[in-house]
Write a protein of this length. Sequence first.
Length: 242
Amino acid sequence: MIGTDGRRVRASVLSSDGSSDLALVSVPDDLPVAPFADDATLTDGSADMTLSMTAPGGGAITLHAAIGSVTSIGTLIGSGWAKGMPSITSTAPSASSEEPGDPLLNKEGAVIGILYQAGTSSTSSTSSTSSTSPTFLPTQLVLGVADDLRSTGKVSHGWLGVRGTTAPGLGGAEVAQLMAGSPAAGILQPGDVVVALGGVPIRSMADLRGRLYVLASNSTIELSVLEGATTHVVDVRLGASP
């Protein structure tokens, strides 16, 4: 790979996750790397910046930055391996060189998301132009995959066994149905709203699914659950993803 100073360095892939197409890569210790920030701190309207680069053609790398703000957090991704996972979208315009894996930065310059799908634009027969925002995987999902790859060389997917949606007006993951053989059977019930996992707030059903994606099967998790007007804490032992 090529550093921003133009020097070429050798990088090696230590392990990868075929489901997410994410890999853990070893680079020299003196190569500058961007810090990561917890996407749980984001709110709609948070300032951000997309960053992409033009592949070198014998010259130095050209970086492209675009300023924007977060437009949604936790929206379900509609297609691909991450279907149903949470996403971050931004008003920052796409660059022509934008590629999956490019970072989304917060105003402090820390990575808060990784590009999953570039934005698109199209012009209809009436000359009106429509566009879609680029979609980013939140850092909690990306770092969870990286942690699993670092510790075991593979990604384990915990299974809670619930279906549902984002609780209207409240946020959190509202349980609509318990799947057959669900680890949550007898612990959760339809109408319950999961508002936190391990003390970390849950913003939507997609957010819950993304956090479960990188938890090991047979691990025990702590859920904060809103039942009616009362919040209580329950422990659930996750199963293996069917």
